[in-house]
Design a protein around this ligand. Structure first.
Ligand SMILES: C[S@@+](CC[C@H](N)C(=O)[O-])C[C@H]1O[C@@H](n2cnc3c(N)ncnc32)[C@H](O)[C@@H]1O
Length: 224
């Protein structure tokens, strides 16, 4: 059972928001809209039961989690490979794999039941560009090198850098979705970022829906 809220009924329904079919979501997701809506439907059906999302997250699943995952898409490379470290239920990795089918996407997650869920998602959505890795990111050091790494709600930036930068190919990018304390995290991680080969660090403020709810994307580029 899931809830679909057509744009015309927004604001006049008490039903929880699961998929919002409005021009903004269509524009952000483009051709991936249908697949992403299907993914949101799966998460709404089973996410709470399987411990993937908290019950309080259901009413804001679409905007706060699914659509929010698209905030990093504009910083991804044109081609190459992507690893979403600590992808959990598939955020942002599944959304990005749907939006950018030309990228080779690696979803990295150590928790077995989350991996089982991701396997079902990959099969259901026919995601041919996705590979699953049932391990911690550190276990892939020296075995996997990608053009970009994404991470959302995984660890503070200094720890995240240690976990993820060894996976980033020279000239590649780490894209970390962060909250309001992004600038503090960047200053605290300064030394470790330099030591691990970061050449440029920027904080992008993305107001995806134009409603003032800003997502901060820390972009760390590594030397070529
Ligand atoms: C708070 S959840 C966030 C999940 C998802 N990225 C999201 O935004 O909803 C953090 C996830 O990171 C995973 N994780 C923690 N440490 C990790 C590591 N060293 N390597 C890979 N994944 C890790 C956890 O198992 C968990 O699924």
């Amino acid at each position: 059972m899931w809830w679909f809220v057509p744009a015309s009924e927004e604001g006049v329904t008490d039903e929880p928001e699961v998929v919002v079919d409005d021009p903004q979501s269509r524009e952000i997701l483009g051709l991936a809209w249908g697949g992403v809506a299907h993914f949101a439907e799966m998460l709404a059906d089973e996410g709470e039961l399987r411990g993937l999302i908290g019950p309080r997250e259901l009413p804001r699943l679409w905007s706060r989690h699914v659509l929010n995952s698209a905030a990093v898409a504009q910083f991804l490379p044109e081609e190459g490979s992507l690893a979403d470290v600590g992808t959990g239920a598939g955020l942002p990795g599944v959304v990005l794999a749907l939006m950018r089918p030309e990228l080779e996407v690696h979803l990295v997650e150590p928790m077995e039941r989350r991996l089982a869920w991701l396997g079902e998602v990959v099969q259901e959505l026919d995601l041919e560009n996705v590979q699953l890795h049932h391990c911690r990111a550190e276990e892939l050091h020296g075995r996997l090198r990608v053009s970009a790494v994404t991470a959302r709600a995984v660890a503070a930036l200094d720890k995240l850098a240690r976990i993820t930068l060894p996976l980033v190919a020279p000239g590649g990018t780490l894209l970390a979705q962060k909250g309001q304390r992004a600038a503090d995290e960047v200053s605290r991680a300064d030394r470790v970022l330099r030591r691990l080969g970061a050449s440029d660090v920027r904080i992008h403020e993305v107001d995806l829906l134009g409603d003032g709810d800003v997502t901060r994307v820390v972009e760390v580029r590594t030397s070529s």
